[in-house]
Design a protein around this ligand. Structure first.
Ligand SMILES: Cc1cc2nc3c(=O)[nH]c(=O)nc-3n(C[C@H](O)[C@H](O)[C@H](O)COP(=O)(O)OP(=O)(O)OC[C@H]3O[C@@H](n4cnc5c(N)ncnc54)[C@H](O)[C@@H]3O)c2cc1C
Length: 382
């Protein structure tokens, strides 16, 4: 590994985990990626297999079935997928769901769901976005109305990652539409045999073809009252806000690792590809582009590593995590564009990893809060 990509937070155990994650990904995910991209999802088997091997919920305590690690153990798996241009298996969203349960769930909720998530028996999804409410989540209209010992859920969600495969969906809903943030709650919905729940289309995206992104519909869905996350109404918005640093740093980590993988592949390509009787690596433009990219990556690695160290000790604030998401995703788009250029026409062909990475990267600036929303959040801390 080139010097600039060494992680300040890694150690021998984490590198051993990285090796086994890389072997799993090479053996199980890479060969199936093309078929997954055509299908629009990775299927359930890979989730269960990853769960059996302990790659899911790596930072969830062992008492709840997790591997008992911390953010670094999660990061290793995200990085090894991202550097290979694999985006089908959204373990990030799955881990975010597990974290909501760990941080805000009742003990019964944690005991019931976390082991199943860790084993990959249930795939997790979080459903915030609606056709009429994305950045402005206060506009959520999905309604959870209390009737006896149940909540009755009505509404629809869109752009939900893992929506097609999910066995467990955290649904952001209004328990009291007269209250803004204070009227928002998160309902835990088990999708198997759930009357009134329907998955709509697996949406046709410009990238991330192997990742299932779906519409979800709730028509008089009965949810037991004890399935409100944390067991209390009106906590949803605060629960969402509390977990933002975790979600945003994941996107920053993935962005950095993706570009590192693209850079290494490009370095090899320009040394092999000939034009005008010499490798294209010899042209000054190629050298300067790669020098710029290596510099960006070295700077990015230092910042992302610092954020990882901070989150491990519980000190990553929302503004800094938003910077990691903003800077990482913007750098990813910019730098992949520069690298793709060096591949010429091959860079535009989906059979090449650089083309798939380029298409996948576009959404990094949109989901998990857009770049504009990141700037809003950061500016509030100044
Ligand atoms: C592939 C994919 C996967 C996703 N996965 C999930 C998921 O798992 N769960 C989920 O709940 N959602 C998911 N989303 C939804 C995603 O989080 C939203 O698309 C995103 O938050 C933006 O919301 P929106 O699309 O409604 O855009 P809008 O909110 O309508 O924004 C449109 C434009 O207006 C800008 N804008 C909005 N408000 C402001 C402001 N105050 N100041 C300046 N500019 C502003 C935005 O930045 C953007 O440029 C996913 C989306 C995609 C594409």
């Amino acid at each position: 590994m080139p010097l600039q990509f060494k992680r300040s937070w890694s150690d021998a155990d984490l590198e051993a985990l990285r090796d086994s994650a890389a072997r799993f990904i090479e053996a199980e995910m890479v060969p199936d990626d093309e078929a997954s991209r055509k299908r629009g999802h990775v299927g359930h088997a890979i989730w269960r297999h990853a769960g059996e091997l302990g790659f899911l919920c790596a930072d969830i305590p062992e008492e709840y079935g997790g591997a008992g690690g911390d953010f670094r153990h999660e990061a290793v798996f995200y990085e090894e997928m991202a550097r290979r241009g694999l985006s089908g298996m959204a373990t990030s969203v799955h881990s975010i769901v597990a974290h909501y349960l760990l941080n805000h769930g009742t003990d019964a909720q944690k005991k019931r769901y976390l082991p199943k998530l860790a084993r990959g028996e249930l795939v997790g999804a979080i459903a915030m976005t609606e056709p009429g409410a994305g950045s402005d989540l206060q506009g959520v209209r999905t309604r959870a109305e209390r009737r006896g010992d149940q909540y009755i859920l009505n509404g629809s969600k869109t752009f939900i990652t893992n929506g097609f495969l999910a066995g467990l969906v955290l649904v952001v809903c209004k328990t009291d539409p007269t209250q803004g943030a204070r009227g928002t709650s998160i309902a835990i919905v088990e999708t198997k045999d759930c009357v009134g729940f329907r998955v709509g289309r697996v949406l046709d995206k410009m990238g991330m073809k192997a990742q299932d992104t779906s519409e979800l519909f709730f028509d008089e869905v009965a949810v037991p009252a004890e399935n409100l996350l944390g067991g209390k109404e009106g906590q949803g918005f605060f629960q969402l806000m509390g977990d933002l640093p975790y979600e945003r740093l994941i996107i920053g980590v993935q962005a950095q690792a993706c570009v590192e993988g693209a850079y290494e592949a490009t370095l090899q390509y320009v040394r092999d590809r000939q034009a005008f009787g010499q490798p294209i690596a010899n042209f000054q433009n190629t050298k300067f582009t790669l020098a710029e990219v290596a510099t960006q990556l070295t700077v990015g690695r230092a910042f992302i590593d610092r954020c990882v160290e901070q989150i491990v000790v519980g000190q990553l604030d929302t503004a800094t995590a938003s910077m990691a998401k903003l800077w990482g995703s913007e750098m990813q788009g910019r730098v992949l564009d520069q690298l793709l250029q060096l591949w010429g026409g091959y860079g535009y062909m989906n059979e090449y990893m650089i083309a798939r990475m380029y298409a996948d990267a576009r959404v990094q600036r949109i989901y998990g809060g857009t770049s504009e929303i990141m700037k809003e959040v950061i500016s509030r801390s100044l």
